[in-house]
Design a protein around this ligand. Structure first.
Ligand code: HEM
Length: 487
């Protein structure tokens, strides 16, 4: 009980040499955090990659006074920030049995679904086991030609005038939505598309509500938007249930369930392992976890290539090694060999990680790198801050330099756990290889056809609303290359 009292918690950590901004009644440090954030996002920044002060302004601000590990109050909830890679390794990997996911905000929960991202314990382990084969290499391989076609369709009318301005953050969202639909629903792509289009509307409503999260009780008011959201939810559930039943019948008749997410889960349901509601929630989770993350990576990668033409040239030069004719969609093996492309994507993930932070909760009293952490304590891992730390990455930490990855990910920094865009350990991102393969394919197809540059309308303003995204969009110019493939 003692841990519930702010002064006692502050004293507990003070004794261990950990400070932080002082607790204030009810709001904790939320007021200061909000004003730091509002100030940081009130205007675009210079086109530099030193984005920590703008994106995680509270961490940047208090780190100067209290060091990298400090106590901060999200209202009545204390969180300990942990940016030391040795401690991060303990939390995610070597002592992960002492930590679990935190309870997410009900609005976030509604967005992300009650699936793999938030499940705990045995239920999580079971679902992870059922779902993992969705991402087996064989499945990804057959996905590539189909995905390649959607990408080519996307860029088909980009080069109509000599300079076409495209807001890539929107185009990439539509594309990743298409890809995640194929991964999740396989042969039922068309029906899946209808479900995910409802889910997309639902996400927009929830994101809107999320912005108003500081109005207590807001989501319980029967406002027009909330009523729409309830209706959407019901519709999503109903159409998914219909789809599940149809696929079940097909499987009974044909004997195959399919290796897509839906097929694997329907099989598990037939074996009595999971319920229909579990399937609905996992579909939501996939949509949430797979769509925005990957489209944000693609957006920042395209912006970085536009800002750094010398790396654009190097990436394009590497593509000359792919077999002719260039409009044939490259295979997984060919994409795996694109070393410069991998380095560029890693550097994009380092400087602009779509997931800027994550949280864990101590399941028991536990010792973390010499600190005594009380049961229930929340730990905030500021992924973005770790990725920008000069102590790990050197004095050029804020510069775009893909070469730092030339000897592999583990050797890019002074510590192998300095690079964690997909998390680490048992709860590492399940979609990592899909995301990277997808990103490589998209960039390959684009770089072969276009020169990318910033539109004069582009304003550099990375910001965070759950994920890292460009506050004012990402308008870029795509100039067709003379030798671009014609098909
Ligand atoms: C560039 C793209 C992506 C990034 C940066 C990313 C990032 C992450 C991170 C950091 C985590 C760990 C969260 C934590 O430890 O608290 C995670 C977990 C997860 N990701 Fe991704 N992700 C990406 C793409 C995808 C895709 C394409 C999918 C699905 C198709 C996906 C599905 C998931 C799921 C289901 C989990 C939870 C895994 C578990 O707890 O067992 N992600 N992701």
């Amino acid at each position: 009980l003692m841990w519930r009292r702010p002064k006692a918690i502050e004293a507990h950590f003070k004794r261990q040499g950990i400070g932080g901004p002082p607790y204030r009644l009810f709001l904790g440090n939320v007021k200061e955090m909000m004003s730091l954030m509002i100030k940081a996002s009130s205007q675009p920044m210079s086109p530099s990659h030193n984005i920590l002060p703008r994106v995680l302004s509270f961490y940047h601000h208090w780190k100067k006074a209290y060091g990298g590990t400090f106590l901060v109050w999200f209202g009545p909830t204390p969180r300990l920030t942990v940016a030391d890679p040795d401690l991060i390794r303990e939390i995610f990997a070597s002592k992960s049995e002492f930590y679990e996911k935190d309870e997410s905000h009900p609005l976030v929960r509604q967005l992300e679904g009650d699936g793999l991202l938030s499940l705990k314990g045995e239920k999580w382990a079971l679902h992870r086991k059922i779902i993992t084969p969705t991402f087996h290499m064989e499945n990804l391989k057959v996905l590539l030609p189909v995905v390649g076609k959607s990408i080519i369709k996307m860029v088909e009318n980009w080069g109509e005038s000599s300079k076409t301005e495209i807001d890539v953050s929107e185009s990439f969202q539509r594309l990743t939505e298409d890809i995640i639909t194929r991964t999740a629903f396989g042969s039922s792509y068309e029906d899946g598309k209808a479900v995910f289009s409802l889910q997309s509307q639902q996400m927009e409503l929830a994101a809107d509500a999320f912005r108003k999260v500081f109005i207590p009780g807001y989501r319980f008011l029967p406002t027009t938007k909330n009523r729409r959201s309830w209706k959407l939810n019901k519709e999503i559930r109903r159409s998914l249930m219909r789809l599940i039943e149809r696929r079940e019948k097909e499987a009974e008749e044909g004997g195959v369930y399919g290796e897509d997410l839906l097929g694997l889960m329907i099989k598990a349901r037939a074996e009595g392992a999971i319920s229909a509601k579990d399937i609905v929630e996992e579909c939501k989770t996939f949509f949430f976890a797979g769509k925005q993350t990957t489209s944000n990576l693609l957006t920042w990668a395209a912006v970085l290539l536009a800002m750094h033409p010398e790396w654009q040239e190097r990436a394009r030069a590497e593509l000359l090694g792919l077999p002719d004719p260039p409009y044939i969609i490259p295979s997984k093996d060919q994409l795996d060999k694109l070393k410069t492309m991998s380095m560029i994507l890693n550097e994009a993930l380092r400087l602009y990680p779509p997931a800027v932070a994550t949280i864990r909760q101590a399941k028991t009293n536990v010792e973390l790198g010499g600190y005594a952490i009380p049961k229930g304590m929340e730990l905030l891992i500021p992924i973005l801050a770790v990725h920008h730390d000069p102590a790990l990455w050197g004095p050029d930490a804020d510069e775009f330099n893909p070469s730092r990855f030339s000897d592999g990910v583990a050797r890019a920094a002074t510590h192998p756990v300095a690079f964690i865009p997909f998390g680490l350990g048992a709860r590492t991102c399940i979609g990592q290889s899909l995301a990277l393969l997808e990103a490589k394919l998209v960039l390959t197809i684009i770089l072969r056809r276009f020169d990318i540059s910033l539109s004069p309308a582009y304003r550099h303003a990375p910001t965070v609303l759950m994920l890292l995204y460009p506050q004012h969009g990402a308008p870029l110019y795509f100039r067709p290359l003379l030798s671009a493939p014609t098909s």
